[in-house]
Write a protein that binds this ligand. Structure first.
Ligand code: SF4
Length: 158
């Protein structure tokens, strides 16, 4: 199964957890997964022909929103990983700042080309599945992975 792992604005804990899971699963996954895009693992990445895109984090810039739409266009399935991707929080905290705080950070939004509002993945693209948790729940991740391995006709990993 061809997968991509993507991380937008967040603490990237689910990405770290995924890497940690490789301690036990690397050789199994090596046979089952063609990791076509994962900047945390490799330099040469492609967006082409991805079966399942796992996407972590919230969207804070228009540029990232476009990247996300590009991922969606190239992936048959898209899974929102972790709370920030699913509902924006806690990465979207600044959406809840009062007017005074919003004024205080306004120059930073300009300096770093930030959008006025932080958005979840779900606010921008259609999501096929969610792996909840902060960071992601391991069991839910395995269940989602297994579901798509079956759906794409790849032998079950667990
Ligand atoms: S959901 Fe939690 S663990 Fe994952 S990136 Fe957001 S803050 Fe970090």
């Amino acid at each position: 199964m061809k997968i991509g792992w993507f991380s937008f604005t967040c603490s990237e804990d689910s990405t770290i957890l995924w890497i940690e899971l490789m301690n036990d699963n690397f050789f199994k996954w090596k046979e089952l997964l063609d990791i076509r895009h994962a900047r945390v693992l490799k330099r040469n990445n492609t967006l082409k022909d991805i079966d399942v895109a796992f996407v972590e984090g919230a969207i804070t810039t228009d540029r990232d929103a476009k990247k996300l739409m590009e991922i969606r266009k190239n992936a048959k399935k898209l899974v929102a990983v972790g709370s920030c991707a699913i509902n924006g929080m806690p990465s979207a905290q600044r959406n809840l700042f009062d007017e005074k705080l919003k004024k205080e950070i306004a120059f930073l939004l300009v300096r770093f080309n930030q959008a006025d509002k932080v958005r979840s993945i779900k606010e921008i693209v259609t999501v096929d599945d969610e792996v909840p948790g902060c960071p992601m729940d391991e069991g839910a991740f395995f269940r989602t992975l297994d579901k798509y391995l079956q759906e794409f006709g790849v032998t079950n990993a667990h």
